[in-house]
Design a binder for this molecule. Structure first.
Ligand code: TZP
Ligand code: MG
Length: 231
């Protein structure tokens, strides 16, 4: 995409770390009704396979009804099993190639690249559907392996057409620089589920921020440095 083409960032919603099947399906439904969300990732680090399958069985149809892609974190085998739209893998998971061979060529495979353009270039070359960079801000949800600066998003956008996902401590109040730097997706957990008002308000306000900070085709440059780093 050229710098003057319209660039609209989108919300990549990740599940809370724990889910109650009594309350969460309605909460997810209400949240997805509150504004545009591109995809939903089921990320239940402590859950066993049976639970992930069961939760997926309840949440996948809700995502489908809302036109939201359903991705499973870490586990291409379970993603394939439950009929998810895709999987997200990081350094401790299956490689991109192994994940792709498990979920098939039609599924989405996203790869965590932390603060590494090098890893991202390899993932993009191999065929990853998106690369994720982070953590951009402090977060209590996970001890991040790396911290990343918004300019990695600008570099990435300038260098490739593979979509980027920004993650880590993203809130309604701090997402502007990431959108302006060219993130294609904002991956958010606590910024939605722990929003001071409620998740629905968070989704609505994130979409307002996206509209406010996106490059809307006026040719306005992003305000982040876009020259590629040397070496
Ligand atoms: N990877 C890097 S930071 C992070 C993950 C999964 C946690 C994101 O959660 P939050 O609550 O949006 O900071
Ligand atoms: Mg992982």
């Amino acid at each position: 995409m050229s710098d003057t083409a319209q660039h609209l960032c989108r919300i990549y919603l990740i599940s809370p770390p724990e889910i109650s099947l009594r309350a969460f399906p309605k909460q997810l439904c209400d949240t997805l009704n509150a504004g545009h969300v591109a995809c939903f990732q089921l990320r239940l680090k402590e859950a066993d396979d049976k639970t992930i399958r069961n939760v997926s069985r309840h949440l996948l149809p809700i995502c489908q009804e809302h036109g939201v892609a359903f991705l499973v974190n870490d586990r291409p085998d379970l993603a394939a099993d439950v009929g998810a739209d895709g999987v997200h893998v990081g350094a401790k998971d299956e490689t991109y190639a192994a994940a792709r061979s498990i979920v098939g060529k039609e599924s989405i495979v996203g790869v965590s690249c932390y603060d590494s353009l090098h890893s991202a270039l390899i993932a993009g070359e191999e065929g990853a559907d998106y690369v994720a960079f982070g953590a951009f801000y402090p977060t209590k949800t996970k001890q991040p392996r790396t911290r990343a600066e918004p300019k990695i998003l600008s570099w990435w956008r300038k260098a490739t057409t593979v979509p980027s996902v920004a993650i880590g401590g993203i809130t309604v109040d701090n997402c502007g620089p990431l959108i302006r730097a060219g993130a294609d997706f904002l991956a958010v957990i606590s910024g939605v589920w722990n929003h001071p008002r409620n998740p629905e308000t968070a989704i609505s306000l994130f979409n307002d921020e996206i509209a406010k900070h996106s490059n809307t085709g006026t040719g306005e440059p992003n305000d982040q440095e876009t020259a590629l780093p040397a070496g």
